[in-house]
Write a protein that binds this ligand. Structure first.
Ligand code: ATP
Ligand code: MG
Length: 388
């Protein structure tokens, strides 16, 4: 009897013909995530993926593969032959380990017999094992409704016995759903937006707009750190950094002050769309949430959309700030996001921004400036970082 890590894959298991492709994607992402850690074989067996490795490396391996999207549960488990005696001794061993935790008084056995040639049916195995456990562990009781722990027995080519199920993030493996360009500010919302689209299988790159030297180098550093945090989930992360100071000055000189935010947002979209198109990306992503600030009214969003043709994905659109902060804390971007460095949006920020902009007025304001040339120039001067 030896120990392996099992990985269950939920949603992608439903994908019929695409299933093999998704599983292979997932395995390759898991290999990347494990990096330099040594491990043995990774194999598929009837609906799950298994990793052979030294037991002392399990915690680090689990910690790393947890960040791979598409995983539902991860469990350290005993792997034994399809034989009742072996199943019994592995079950006793794993329960003995579990009882080191406090307050483990009740259990329930759940058997999943995938191999129908195994002579006992699932309920019979559970019943039999329940009796074996009661005999071996005084003070432990069965509770079928609300047990302190479950003992899981999967009977397939091998038999696998496990108790703990560590939750993954679910979702889809990265790279199975196109490539999005995330507008990454230094705030709380945009890293969460990137995480959420990555979780749906999108490859993610980022673009950050700054007004150096009005915004500081530390602000830029902060955004690189956010990109780095995201790269733990997305793999290598490409960050485009664009200075829009000239654009902001031009807008400030030629356009109504109250339109500053919406006008600069439209420039951001145009620049982002150009970068996306020339790098084969499929969509733009922002951290906007409806009504959160003056520029995020439905009218504001419509006017911003009208600047580009590419779809703009806004995965946070229906979330409250508190929900967003919860996710930011969970994915470890929050502490970086709240560092107090200036964002380019605070430069020339209007005291009373328009909340109900009309597209024809906005277009009229833009007719005073050379939009195309400003976009070209900003892109010519942009910098690109590859963040690992
Ligand atoms: P965040 O917390 O992401 O900064 P926010 O609540 O501050 O969002 P806004 O400032 O209105 O909201 O920005 C809305 C979205 O526009 C951001 O989530 C981001 O996607 C994009 N954005 C804003 N400023 C920048 C910037 N300097 N660089 C790149 N994207 C930006
Ligand atoms: Mg912001």
């Amino acid at each position: 009897m030896d120990k392996v890590i099992s990985v269950s894959i939920g949603e992608i298991a439903l994908k019929g013909q695409n299933r093999k492709y998704f599983e292979d994607q997932l395995i390759s992402k898991m290999r990347n995530a494990m990096g330099e850690i040594s491990y043995g074989k990774i194999y598929k067996e009837q609906g799950k993926i298994y990793i052979e490795a030294a037991e002392e490396d399990f915690p680090e391996i689990i910690n790393r593969i947890k960040k791979v999207f598409g995983l539902v549960y991860i469990s350290p488990c005993y792997r034994v032959g399809k034989d009742m005696e072996e199943i019994e001794s592995a079950s006793i061993e794993i329960i003995r380990e579990k009882l080191r935790e406090e307050n483990m008084k009740t259990f329930k056995v759940e058997t999943n017999r995938v191999d129908k040639s195994f002579p006992m049916k699932s309920p019979e195995v559970s019943k039999h094992m329940g009796a074996v456990i009661l005999k071996n562990f005084e003070g432990l009781d069965v509770d079928v409704h609300n047990p302190n722990f479950y003992l899981y027995i999967d009977i397939k080519k091998n038999a696998y016995i496990y108790i703990d199920r560590i939750e993954g993030y679910r979702g889809m493996p990265i790279g199975t759903n196109g490539h999005g360009l995330l507008l990454l500010s230094g705030g709380i919302d945009s890293p969460v937006a990137g995480f959420m689209m990555a979780k749906r299988g999108m490859n993610i790159s980022g673009v950050h707009f700054h007004s150096y030297p009005f915004t500081s180098e530390r602000a830029e550093e902060k955004v690189k750190n956010l990109a780095k945090s995201l790269s733990l989930y997305t793999g290598n992360f490409r960050l485009y950094s664009v200075n829009i100071l000239d654009i902001q000055k031009e807008l400030n000189k030629n356009c109504p002050e109250k339109e500053m935010t919406i006008l600069s947002r439209r420039f951001m979209m145009r620049i982002a769309e150009k970068i996306a198109l020339s790098n084969n990306m499929d969509a733009l992503i922002t951290g906007e949430s409806l009504g959160q600030v003056a520029s995020q009214t439905i009218k504001g969003i419509s006017v911003v959309n009208a600047a580009v043709n590419m779809p703009i994905l806004r995965p946070l659109i229906g979330l409250d700030k508190i929900d967003i902060i919860d996710i930011a804390q969970d994915i470890d971007t929050y502490e970086t996001s709240i560092l107090p460095y200036d964002d380019c949006c605070t430069l020339f920020a209007p005291k009373h921004p328009v909340t109900n902009p009309k597209l024809h007025f906005i277009e009229e304001s833009e007719s005073n400036i050379d939009v195309g040339a400003l976009v070209e120039k900003a892109i010519e001067n942009m910098e690109i970082y590859n963040i690992k």
